[in-house]
Design a protein around this ligand. Structure first.
Ligand code: PL4
Length: 407
């Protein structure tokens, strides 16, 4: 008799982003003809830059000739892309072997799947608030109890608050798997090397593993801030890093990312190389590699021209973030983030709940954002605005907030 995975029943609510879409559609049904300005989901909006487009086209053309046709590739990714990624890190003085890079179709899937190579009884710690995938993937795999008002039983929440500058203290108990995201979704805060060092030291002392999501690293403009956790001594022994071309190369829908599992990375019951071997086995078993056309686009994104053009695109989105920040500040709304990240994290005026502010912003200004409480208990009373959008729409949204928000 087949039975379902009842851990799915524990999931506290619908997934955040579909719930936003549901409420937005309900608003549009009632207000036909209204123009809704979307600063909700972190999704790129500008056309793919020419150098990357050329790479994608070349990938397509290669499939049309006998001599360059390719079928299934290695599930870890093509060598030229893994080598290009290793060179990117080498520019920052980091020595990582191309074989430690695993190319994939998304940082979302990798950050959800990575827990599968660890024991079911590992204790998990997450930043609160956090990208929902980290929590939900562990709920589904049975590492938590039921949901209660302030989160899931068995999960260790590390609050990120105004008081601690949105970066948590190390856990006050022994945990095994730790999720850190920097630049952070949703708060936009970027961890310093010193802050990361406290976690790296904790992880090495406790033989814990850090899952470091750096999907927005290309938005860091401050040269003092680390773009990779491996800029911190000892991180190669305890950290697995995720990154993505989604925001770096501005092509969320194309689907290309990478995960680094250093061979030096160990758990208390494994020798160097074992975690790397497990992730290789996992990917070989469940995944057949990212599309060859897309990987050609990734190689082009790493070329000097590709990097110049994609950097300019990142600057465009950062300028959007600046415009949002300035507009909100003119209303005396407290904001964080946005300087080295594509997200502006604002404190809801009048101590409104995050979802009440969502409804207010939608009804009064026709602007869609993301309620902070959807990212975890400590997100309550906060709200995220995404800087991904056409300039015209971002300006319209900010103007509408300035003109129509009743605070
Ligand atoms: C909407 C910290 C966005 N439907 O594109 P990927 O899979 O390489 O990367 C996804 C990802 C990974 N890590 C972090 C992220 O913030 C994201 C993308 N997050 C958002 O608005 O929070 C898009 C979300 C998508 C989803 O459900 O993830």
């Amino acid at each position: 008799m087949a039975r379902i995975n009842t851990n799915y029943d524990k999931l506290a609510a619908g997934y955040l982003f579909p719930e936003i879409a549901r409420r937005t559609n309900a608003f549009l049904e009632k207000n036909s003809g209204a123009q809704v300005l979307r600063l909700g989901i972190g999704d790129t909006t500008e056309p793919i830059v020419p150098a990357v487009l050329d790479g994608l086209h070349a990938g397509v053309d290669a499939l049309g000739k006998t001599e360059s046709y390719s079928g299934y590739g290695p599930s870890e990714g093509i060598n030229s892309l893994r080598e290009g990624l290793a060179s990117l890190y080498a520019e920052r003085g980091l020595t990582l072997d191309p074989s430690e890079f695993f190319v994939s179709d998304g940082a979302k899937s990798d950050s959800a799947n990575i827990q599968g190579i660890f024991s079911d009884d590992c204790v998990v710690a997450v930043q609160d608030p956090a990208y929902p995938v980290y929590v939900d993937s562990n709920v589904i795999s049975g590492r938590t109890g039921k949901a209660y008002d302030n989160g899931y039983e068995g999960l260790v929440y590390m609050p990120c608050t105004e008081e601690n500058g949105f970066f948590p203290d190390i856990p006050d108990r022994k945990v095994d798997l730790i999720y850190i995201c920097s630049p952070n979704n949703p708060t936009g805060a970027v961890a310093t090397k010193e802050q990361l060092k406290t976690f790296v030291d904790y992880a090495n002392q406790n033989k814990a593993i850090i899952f470091y999501d750096s999907a927005y690293a290309s938005f860091i403009t401050d040269p003092e801030l680390p773009r990779s956790i491996y800029e911190v001594d000892g991180a190669e022994n305890c950290a697995i890093e995720f990154n993505s071309f989604s925001k770096t190369a501005g092509f969320t829908g194309v689907r290309l990312a990478w995960t680094i599992v250093p061979k030096a990375c160990v758990t208390e019951d494994s020798e160097p190389g074992k975690l790397h071997a497990l992730w290789t086995r996992r990917q070989n078993t469940f995944f057949n590699g990212a599309a060859n056309i897309v990987q050609a686009g990734g190689v082009a994104a790493l070329s000097p021209e590709g990097r110049k053009q994609t950097d300019e695109q990142v600057s465009f989105y950062l300028e959007n973030a600046r415009i949002i920040n300035e507009g909100l500040k003119s209303l005396d709304i407290t904001t964080y983030g946005g300087g080295n990240a594509p997200y502006v994290w604002l404190k809801t005026p009048g101590e409104l709940s995050s979802w009440d502010f969502f409804d207010k912003l939608l009804n009064e200004c026709h602007v869609v954002g993301t309620p902070g409480s959807g990212f975890g208990p400590a997100g309550e009373g906060f709200f995220r605005l995404s800087a991904f959008g056409h300039r015209e729409n971002v300006e319209k949204a900010v103007f509408s907030i300035q003109e129509s928000l009743k605070i």
